[in-house]
Design a protein. Structure first.
Length: 357
C-alpha cells in the first residue's frame, strides 16, 4: 500500500513566472521613438519654439515616459524599470553623438568650399587676409614639426616616469611624482606657455620659434602619457614578471623584453591620444611661436605658424574669404587628428599579443 502511494504521480501546478507574462513586440522601441519624435516636434512647433534642441529634449522625455508607461501596463513594473534604464542609455548616447555629428557636418560642409590641392600646397605669402586665395601649407608644416618635437620630448620622459611609478616606486617620492602628475594634468595651456616664455625667452634670451612652442606642448603632453602608460603597465599580469624573474633575468631586462612589449599597444594608443590633445592648442603657439605667413621649415629659429593659430587668425579677420580659409584649416586639423587616431589603432592591433588556438 505504501509503495502504491509513493508511486502515484503527484499533480504539480506550474507557477506563473515572469516569462509567462505578455511581452511587447520587438518593434515597440522604434515605434515609441518615432511617436516621441513626432510628439516633440508637434509640441515644440505648437509652442513656437524654434530651437531643435528643445524639440529633441521634449522628444527624449516623452520617449522615456512612454516606454515606462507602455511596458508597465503590458510586462509589469519590473520589466518597465529595465526598459527605462535601457532607454536612458540610448538617450544619453544620442545626446552625445548628435553634437559630434553636427560639428563634423558643419566643418565638412563649410571647409570643403576652398579645400583643394592648391590650398594644401601654398602659404599666405603675398596674399592679404581679406583677399581670396592663399593656402595652409606653412601652418600644416609648423604643426607637424611642433607636435613631432613635443612627442620626441614628452613620450620618453612620460614612459620612463610611468615605468618608475609602476615597477620601482612605492615611497614618498613616488607619491610626490603622482601628485605633481595629477596637478599637471589640469593646468591650463596658457600656464605652460607662460612658463616657457619666462624661462626660455626672457631668462635665456631666445626668440620665438617652433621649438619653444613644442616645449610648452610637451609639458601639456607629459601627464597624459604618464597616466595612460601607467594604467597599461598595471594591466600586465604579474605572473609574466614572476616567470621572467624566476629564470634569472634582471628586472630591467624583464621590463624591456616582457612588460613593455605586452603593453605596447595600449601605450601607443595613449601616446597618440596625447598627441591629439596637444594638436589643437593655440595659446602656447600664440605666445611662443608668434605666427607668420611665410614658410619656415626651421623650427629652431624664427616665427612659425600652426593650424590652430591659422584658424584663429583667419577667423579674426572676418571676411568671407578668411572665414572660408578658417573652416578649411579646421577641417584639415580634424583630418590630421583622425589620421593620428587611426594610426594608433592600427599600431595597437599590430602590436597586440597574438593568441593561438
Amino acid at each position: 500500500m505504501s509503495h502504491a502511494i509513493q508511486d502515484r504521480p503527484v499533480a504539480v501546478t506550474p507557477r506563473r513566472g515572469t516569462l509567462a507574462h505578455a511581452r511587447l513586440p520587438r518593434w515597440t522601441p522604434a515605434a515609441v521613438a518615432a511617436g516621441s519624435i513626432a510628439a516633440g516636434i508637434g509640441i515644440g512647433a505648437g509652442a513656437g519654439w524654434h530651437s531643435k534642441i528643445q524639440w529633441g529634449l521634449i522628444a527624449a522625455l516623452i520617449f522615456v515616459a512612454a516606454t515606462y508607461t507602455i511596458t508597465s501596463k503590458v510586462e509589469g513594473s519590473r520589466q518597465a524599470k529595465d526598459r527605462v534604464a535601457t532607454s536612458l542609455v540610448w538617450v544619453c548616447f544620442v545626446l552625445a553623438v548628435v553634437p559630434l555629428l553636427s560639428l563634423a557636418w558643419v566643418t565638412i560642409s563649410k571647409g570643403m568650399t576652398v579645400l583643394d590641392g592648391y590650398f594644401l600646397t601654398h602659404s599666405m605669402n603675398g596674399v592679404l587676409d581679406a583677399e581670396a586665395g592663399g593656402g595652409v601649407y606653412h601652418a600644416l608644416l609648423g604643426t607637424v614639426e611642433q607636435v613631432g618635437i613635443a612627442t620626441l620630448i614628452a613620450a620618453p620622459i612620460g614612459l620612463l616616469t610611468a615605468v618608475y611609478l609602476v615597477e620601482y616606486g612605492g615611497g614618498k617620492l613616488a607619491q610626490a611624482v603622482t601628485f605633481f602628475v595629477d596637478v599637471m594634468t589640469g593646468i591650463p595651456s596658457i600656464v605652460a606657455g607662460l612658463f616657457i616664455l619666462a624661462t626660455w625667452n626672457l631668462m635665456l634670451g631666445f626668440g620665438p620659434s617652433g621649438f619653444a612652442g613644442a616645449m610648452a606642448l610637451a609639458i601639456l603632453m607629459m601627464p597624459v602619457v604618464v597616466r595612460s602608460t601607467e594604467e597599461m603597465l598595471k594591466l600586465v599580469p604579474n605572473e609574466l614578471r614572476e616567470a621572467s624573474l624566476a629564470l634569472g633575468i634582471p628586472k630591467w631586462r624583464t621590463i624591456l623584453k616582457v612588460v613593455l612589449p605586452t603593453a605596447i599597444g595600449g601605450i601607443t594608443t595613449g601616446v597618440m591620444l596625447a598627441v591629439a590633445r596637444i594638436t589643437g592648442e593655440t595659446a602656447p603657439v600664440l605666445l611662443l611661436v608668434f605666427g607668420t605667413k611665410l614658410i619656415n621649415p626651421n623650427p629652431f629659429e624664427g616665427a612659425q605658424s600652426s593650424l590652430p593659430l591659422y584658424v584663429y587668425e583667419q577667423y579674426a579677420v572676418g571676411t568671407d574669404a578668411a572665414v572660408a580659409r578658417a573652416w578649411a584649416a579646421a577641417l584639415v586639423l580634424i583630418a590630421f587628428v583622425m589620421i593620428l587616431n587611426l594610426v594608433a589603432r592600427g599600431i595597437a592591433r599590430w602590436k597586440a599579443p597574438k593568441t593561438g588556438r
